[in-house]
Design a protein around this ligand. Structure first.
Ligand code: SF4
Length: 434
């Protein structure tokens, strides 16, 4: 009977962008600081839109096909996968880092392998909404959309920023959807931030060797500029959402006066769609004012439900973990939708300590949704920076999700902010899907 392979072979690169499989080693995975085998059922074919990265100065750790022993691959650099949105990584790539290895840029590094003539990754699809499917973007449609909007709003600095920087330079999926006239429209507004996240994607201090993936907004839009393009979007787009708080800015709550004024003005013109804010949740008092103005939904970003892990990463100015908890409670008290943008890091997120802290956070705040997002950061750099030498016992991301799901059956899982149709309607069906 033909041998059926169930575990992918380890991948390595020649350092020039060429990737090969090593048929003497099965691919493993990493949680926290530990490398080990991955359950066969946790491997899926690399989803469309994913990409493979070679990791300079790092040697892959695999399982010897003959002996079952863990050992290094000395044929080349380690390889990892950047998995596309709507998928959550279950294991980090397993590798050993050499002394002088460069810090890796701000992407996720999911365990990957080769099997059945294809790339495999350790991940699961956590979200059925197709708003950021790679196949859903047509460059010609986007370019004509950009041309149309720039002509329609010639003096609007924000539309110009979204067009030239976000859409055409950073290829931001949310900005591209805006110029196609559908789904979630991004509304960045704040050039400043009151946190100092180690892995900030819009600002990296000079002394760090890695670049921020986007440059931070350099101006403060007016409420008029915001209202001018968001009202037509809410009135015409399918499953419309406008979202304050984007990767190309600081903290939107520092612009609460302008955002409150904009929300009030928007709701004078239309009741359609959802008005959401992606935020670090640092100012519950400002959140209250935004809810009074008409905010429908909040997504608070966090790397952990544990105060000490959160504050070591966010390095907050004049606010604390308790403030972000309070912000979620405030929106719930207004009947709004509440999500956390939960940075998933295998070995940390699924540790027993984190699991207990997350249960407490859900119970305390009445949280409605967890967006299980991949943590885009160099794993060694992150754990080193927060001084975490031992991640403790962990249960596996899949098991943790199941335990949370069993205990909180009303709590929704996903990857994107839900449209009002999904919030008010059938959560399992009322959204953009194939
Ligand atoms: S809250 Fe956002 S903008 Fe502020 S430092 Fe953190 S990642 Fe950067």
């Amino acid at each position: 009977m033909a041998f059926e392979q169930t575990t992918p072979f380890l991948l390595y690169s020649d350092g020039e962008g060429n990737i090969f499989e090593d048929e003497t080693l099965y691919a493993g995975g990493r949680s926290g600081w530990d490398a080990g085998p991955v359950p066969d059922e946790d491997w899926i074919p690399l989803p469309e839109g994913g990409s493979m990265y070679e990791l300079p100065g790092r040697r892959g750790i695999g399982i010897d096909v003959e002996t079952g022993e863990m050992r290094l691959c000395d044929k080349g650099w380690a390889v990892a996968a950047f998995i596309p949105p709507a998928h959550t990584g279950l294991f980090i790539a397993a590798y050993e880092t050499e002394e002088d290895a460069p810090t890796l840029p701000l992407f996720c590094y999911t365990a990957a392998g080769w099997m059945n003539d294809g790339f495999y990754v350790t991940a699961l699809r956590i979200e059925q909404d197709i708003r950021q499917e790679a196949a859903g973007y047509d460059d010609e449609v986007i370019e004509s959309g950009v041309k149309h909007f720039l002509e329609a709003y010639p003096k609007n600095r924000l539309v110009k920023h979204l067009a030239e920087n976000c859409c055409l330079t950073y290829h931001c999926p949310a900005a591209r959807n805006f110029f196609i006239g559908r789904w979630e429209c991004p509304v960045p507004s704040s050039p400043a931030c009151n946190a100092n996240c180690i892995g900030c994607i819009s600002f990296q201090p000079q002394e760090e060797t890695i670049p921020s993936t986007q440059d931070r907004l350099t101006f403060k839009p007016t409420a008029e500029e915001i209202v001018e393009f968001t009202v037509p979007h809410l009135e015409s787009a399918p499953f419309p959402i406008v979202s304050f708080g984007q990767g190309c800015e600081g903290e939107p709550l520092l612009m609460w006066e302008t955002i409150a004024e904009a929300i009030k003005e928007i709701r004078k013109h239309t009741q359609s769609g959802s008005i959401n804010i992606n935020t670090n949740g640092s100012k519950p008092d400002a959140v209250k004012i935004l809810c009074e103005a008409g905010l429908d939904s909040i997504r608070v970003s966090t790397n952990s439900a544990r105060k000490h892990i959160y504050e070591k990463y966010y390095r907050p100015n004049n606010y604390s973990f308790e403030d972000i908890v309070e912000s979620i409670k405030v929106v719930n008290s207004f009947g709004g939708w509440t999500s956390i943008n939960y940075f998933v890091f295998p070995g940390m997120t699924d540790s027993f300590e984190e699991y207990e802290a997350l249960r407490k956070l859900i119970r305390e705040t009445g949280l409605k949704m967890i967006q299980w997002r991949n943590f885009n950061i160099d794993p060694d750099w992150y754990l080193g920076k927060i001084g975490h030498t031992d991640t403790g016992e962990y249960m596996g991301i899949k098991l943790m999700m199941q335990k949370i799901r069993d205990e909180f059956p009303e709590l929704k899982f996903g990857y994107f902010n839900p449209p009002m149709e999904r919030i008010k309607g059938d959560f399992q069906h009322d959204f953009a899907h194939a």
